[in-house]
Design a binder for this molecule. Structure first.
Ligand code: ADP
Ligand code: MG
Length: 724
């Protein structure tokens, strides 16, 4: 092939320097390759021509053939508009331009047959088409035509500067002319045959100039497959490289801590899923590679005990461990829970949060550095520079969705630097060379999340992490009964609450506080609190309240009253969303439930159903509900499966709102869509795994195409700078 696809776009005939600049700045198109990868947003049927007397007032996109019989300028509030009277043998309509009038006026000719395309308006008793696509009929006949016309992504600036869809389409044609439409095949023959894919050249031609709807569909499939395949290939390769390159701290033995706990102190029988996940973690920790593992498990599936037992593996090998949680309340809760588990084993554990007193804090810093402290639990406070471990072996992050990727990285950096330092001290002979070779031994990292990310998305977002899933709840859990009630039924709900309290149960009432500063929300909360205080008067009833404007100590005090059973009702904002564990609480009332997202609702519901009693979740809403809200509420009532709920959530919101996706390449997909094309994604991942499984270096002749493409991609692209 004579034309190199890395040729700057300026060299393409029809793209002068001005257009090249615009294409670069507006669409990021720098090379022939980039233009080729500008995939259409949609296609329109250009086989049908309308007569003017066939137009309807439905604002549809139509194509009409006719001639311009004259131009008029019409003054309007600001400036003027250019109007062309356009006629065919059935009637008259107007073409209207608000911008670029001079250029239009000079380039369009009166009396010549034109094909116009665009949306029509009904205005002043006539049809008009603002800013139509317009070309001479003779020109249209000679073009590389296809039944379906590609509509390309554009920007206002581009269309203002005359780079219309027609122009882009023409440039694209030119590209196919210059390259003769022959492009390197990027997938192995075997894959093409197995999946009956179009060749690269056929696919590109048909995605830009479809010969038929069938060929378009096949072209899109092939290109989506290819895109997802290479992403998966990169992620899997990255993971393989990570495993071979990043040396891990080897936890050789399973020792006294783990064994004693397992034999004598385990409070319950582990579920099979918990056992399986522990084995997976054990295998990681015992290997030479650094663990980077994501542990997904629905609310209440028992991730904490898995975290604790993993830490015991660390302690058995004389390493320190830490557990970081996103909120003060959750850290305290974890600390209290773990403290109980640590007691019989004589393990030294501390809590470090933003409200830890300075004297205490100093002591903790000291004990971390001299190795007296074995487990540190806390919030972001763990990330502060002053916190230095003697030998951190395992860092666990709970409820990952609250932490950004940057924080994960910080934990890594900070601790690895620390370990580097220690090693320097020990190996005085060659410490300089050691440091300069930057051979760092980071701690193992386990990320736990209770907001399951659909598997398909997880593959894209966290494809470089290994994933473990606890897909089983502890035995004996009763399903939580979930109902949707309107505000008008509040009295019945109050009655129900009283009955449950009479049975000895406790109740959460949660208000949305989307932004802790939002005045309205705060007022809702206080109004709600007052009405509950009125409805549930002392001394029969005791009520706690917790919200973001309270001091941590006050929050903690109120939480503890509820945990100890001194109060029956906990009125709260979403601060309780994450991880709080009060087994006796069996009713969760969520106010203005329509304002919560699905994963948040699911999280909140997970606060109940932790004890032996039947639990309930009541979703309160007003009568006014949008479609989206209805779907969310119906999903909650129907399903208790976090993964299923996450799938619905993903469909409703798209991947953009899901944590972690911003940093990954999922949103930069050019043609595929992680939600809609998840089957293709799965197939692509399977194939990529299979190929790398047999040929990790891609050295076999049949994988030459993959190797070449992969190299090209890594050379010209840099979207894969995830952490690690
Ligand atoms: P999550 O995965 O949401 O963090 P937790 O670890 O807080 O869940 O566990 C929820 C509750 O289930 C806790 O009270 C815990 O003690 C209990 N639990 C965990 N594993 C088991 C098990 N295998 N059998 C019985 N109860 C369990
Ligand atoms: Mg938890």
């Amino acid at each position: 092939m004579s034309v190199n696809l890395q040729t700057p776009i300026d060299y393409l005939k029809g793209v002068g320097p001005n257009r090249a600049d615009l294409l670069r700045s507006e669409l990021g198109i720098k090379t022939y390759q980039d233009l080729l990868n500008l995939f259409p947003n949609r296609y329109i049927d250009r086989t049908r021509y309308y007569k003017i007397n066939e137009l309807h007032r439905n604002n549809a996109e139509v194509q009409v053939i006719g001639t311009i019989i004259g131009f008029r300028e019409v003054a309007q509030k600001r400036g003027k508009r250019l109007v062309a009277d356009f006629k065919d043998n059935t009637g008259m309509m107007e073409l209207v331009w608000f911008r670029g009038q001079k250029w239009i006026r000079e380039s369009l000719k009166i009396g010549k047959p034109y094909v116009i395309f665009g949306r029509t308006n009904w205005f002043n008793g006539r049809y008009s088409m603002p800013h139509p696509e317009i070309e001479l009929q003779s020109e249209q006949d000679s073009n590389l035509r296809s039944a379906m016309q590609a509509i390309y992504p554009s920007t206002e600036k581009l269309s203002n500067k005359g780079i219309t869809n027609k122009v882009v389409s023409k440039i694209m044609q030119q590209l196919f002319l210059e390259t003769k439409g022959a492009f390197f095949e990027t997938l192995p023959k075997e894959t093409i045959n197995d999946l009956k894919l179009l060749s690269k050249s056929e696919a590109l031609l048909n995605v830009h100039f479809p010969k038929s709807p069938e060929l378009l569909a096949r072209a899109q499939f092939r290109l989506k497959y290819e895109e997802l395949f290479y992403i998966q290939l990169q992620l899997i390769l990255k993971n393989l490289i990570h495993k071979s390159k990043i040396k891990g701290l080897k936890f050789n033995k399973v020792g006294t801590y783990f064994n004693t706990f397992f034999k004598d102190h385990l409070p319950f029988e582990l579920t099979n899923a918990q056992k399986r996940v522990l084995k997976e973690i054990r295998a990681d920790l015992g290997s030479n590679a650094q663990m980077s593992r994501l542990l997904q498990g629905d609310v209440g599936s028992g991730k904490t005990i898995v975290a604790f037992m993993s830490m015991l593996m660390g302690l058995d090998n004389d390493f320190q461990c830490c557990l970081m949680a996103p909120t003060e309340i959750l850290s305290v809760q974890h600390y209290n829970g773990l403290l109980e588990l640590c007691k019989p084993l004589n393990i030294k554990i501390s809590l470090l949060t933003g409200s830890t007193k300075t004297s205490k804090r100093k002591k903790i810093h000291e004990n971390l550095e001299n190795g007296n402290l074995q487990i540190l639990v806390g919030t972001h406070a763990l990330l502060e520079d002053k916190v230095k471990f003697q030998n951190l072996g395992l860092a666990i992050i709970d409820e990952q969705h609250r932490f950004g990727v940057a924080q994960r990285k910080k934990l890594w950096d900070k601790t690895s630097v620390q370990i580097l330092k220690n090693d320097d001290e020990n190996s005085s002979s060659n410490s300089a060379s050691y440091a300069s070779s930057k051979k760092i031994v980071p701690p193992h990292i386990l990320v736990m999340t209770a907001t399951p990310i659909p598997r398909t998305l997880a593959m894209s977002v966290y494809g470089d992490l290994d994933i473990s899933v606890i897909d089983e709840l502890p035995a004996g859990r009763k399903a939580i009964k979930t109902v949707h009630r309107y505000d008008s039924n509040r009295l019945k709900v109050f009655k129900f609450m009283k009955d449950e309290i009479a049975k000895g149960r406790q109740i959460y009432v949660v208000y949305p506080l989307i932004q802790e500063s939002e005045h309205m929300d705060y007022k809702d909360l206080m109004d709600g609190y007052e009405s509950i205080v009125r409805e549930f008067p002392q001394p029969n009833y005791q009520i706690s309240i917790v919200h973001g404007k309270m001091k941590p100590a006050d929050k903690e005090f109120e939480m503890q009253r509820f945990v100890k059973g001194e109060t029956q009702i906990m009125v709260a904002t979403t601060v309780i969303e994450v991880g709080v564990n009060v087994p006796n609480a069996s009713v969760m009332v969520i106010e203005s439930a329509e304002r919560f997202g699905l994963s948040q609702l699911h999280q909140l519901r997970g606060r109940v159903g932790r004890g032996a009693e039947q639990s309930y979740c009541i979703l309160m809403t007003s009568h006014k509900l949008g479609e989206n809200s209805k779907t969310r509420l119906e999903t909650m009532v129907r399903s208790s499966d976090g993964f299923e709920i996450a799938e619905v959530d993903l469909k409703l919101r798209g991947p953009g709102d899901i944590m972690g996706t911003q940093q990954s390449g999922v949103l930069n997909l050019r043609i595929a869509d992680v939600v809609k094309d998840k089957d293709i994604l799965q197939e692509a991942r399977y194939q990529a795994k299979k190929i790398l499984g047999t040929d990790p270096a891609l050295s076999l002749p049949q994988h030459q195409a993959i190797l070449n493409t992969y190299r090209e991609m890594s050379k010209y692209k840099n979207i894969w700078n995830y952490i690690s």
